[in-house]
Every structure is written in C-alpha cells, then in structure tokens.
Design a protein around this ligand. Sequence first.
Ligand code: MG
Length: 280
Amino acid sequence: MTLAVDRSTVVKEAAYRMRHHVLDMGEVQGQGYVGQALGVAEMLAVVYRDVLRYRADDPDWADRDRFLLSTGHYAIALYSALAEAGIVPVEELQTYGADDSRLPMSGMASYTPGMEISGGSLGHGLTVAVGMALGLRLQGNGARVLDFLSDGELDEGSTWEAAMGATHHRLGNLIAMVDMNALQADGRTEGVLSIEPAHEKWAAAGWFTQRVDGNDADALLAAFDAISAEPVGTPSVILCDTRIGRGVPLLETREKAHFMRIDEHEWAICREQLTAGGVA
Ligand SMILES: [Mg+2]
C-alpha cells in the first residue's frame, strides 16, 4: 500500500459522488450548467479532498486557503464540492436555485458558506486572486489562493494583466486552474478567439505551467505535487483539458452543451449511465 494510491482513490470516489450531486441539483431546475460541472468533477475533487486547507465547521477561518470560483455560472459544480467537503449539508443541495436558498444558480459570496467571491463577470477572478495573494503575504499569512477560471476567460485582457502582475509581485502563493473545455457561451473557444498555444503564453508570462488531462485524477495530483516542489515566488497554473458532460455519455455528445436543457425522462438515463460507469 502506498500513500499515492490512497489519495487517488479518495479523489476518484469524491468525483463520482459529486457528479451524482450535480445531477440531483440539475434535476431540481431541469436545466443549467450541468455539462461543465460534470466535466470539472476531478478538478474540484482534487482541490477539496487533497489540496485545500480549510475547516468545514469554520469556513471563514483566517488561515484557510482561498478557492475563488471566477466562473460564477459553475456554482453548481462548487456546491457539489462544498457538500463533499462537509461545508454544505448534502440535503441542502435540494434547495438549489430556489427562492431563499443559500445555493443560487449563479455563485454569490454573501449567500453561500465557502464561496469566497461573487464570480460571473468573467475575466475578473484572477485579478481578485492576485490582490488576495498579495494581501495575505503582506499580512504574513501563509495561506494560498487558488483561482478557478475557464478557457473563455483567456479571451479577456484583464486575465493577462493579472497574470503579469502575479509574476511581477512574485506570488508563489497563487495557483490558477483553467478549465480547458474548448467551449464558451458563443461557441467553440477556438472559433471565438484562438487561445493556443496556451501553455507557451502562460510560460512567457512567467508562470510555472503544466497542462494535464483534467479528467485524470492522478495527473492532477501529480501536477499539484510538482507545484509544491517549485521555488518560492513563482505563480503556478494548471491547464486542465476536460470533457463536457464527462461520465454521462448522453450529455457528452449533446450539441447544445453550454447551457443544457435536459428533459424530465432523461435524468434517470443520466443517473443510470453515471452509475454504470462507476468510479473512474
Ligand atoms: Mg470553456
């Protein structure tokens, strides 16, 4: 038995449960950003089960690592992770998107424990993360800041200004994770504005850059381990190639994948397919 095997199993089982949470929440509304949430389950499972330092019973603990969801429309994905982390009770997921729920369809910091920022105005998350990382360092706080952003946000000039700022300020306490799902609201990312070669662009901005299969839990764990070995003062980015709808073949092949409408009878099929696939 090795430690690595244990970590891997913990993360894969968490990702599987989180995908079920996503389907449960999605069914409450009948639609939503379900495809993205299924696609990033391993990314968030690694973060919440292996990487992030937090206290489930004290989400505002001063020394916690900060996880920023720049893509506010991925809130359903984060709620599945917060439930897995024990910060939000699993039963509460059934209130998703309802009036007075702490779990609105778009992520809002004032509503949800463990939600650090109100994301959704895309291209702002990394700028906030840079400020937070700088502030924590000035306070002598050793916590890290993880910013989760999407490939569509690489279209935004503010993202690259923040990337350069992070290098300038030598923010080794900052990690960015990019969901490279190749899709954004207006279509294929490559068709809207080509962002490749993304690896070279981040590296040129001075970041320790890795690109992995974002649905491969072991590759993600190895990437975070490699960050720990980096010299102090270098911000890190992990570009994660993911598949929208991952784990549910019916949704993986869906034409309209950005905001999915799923018919009432299809939810049972989705669940059956996910269960049949089992823990990846
Ligand atoms: Mg995208």
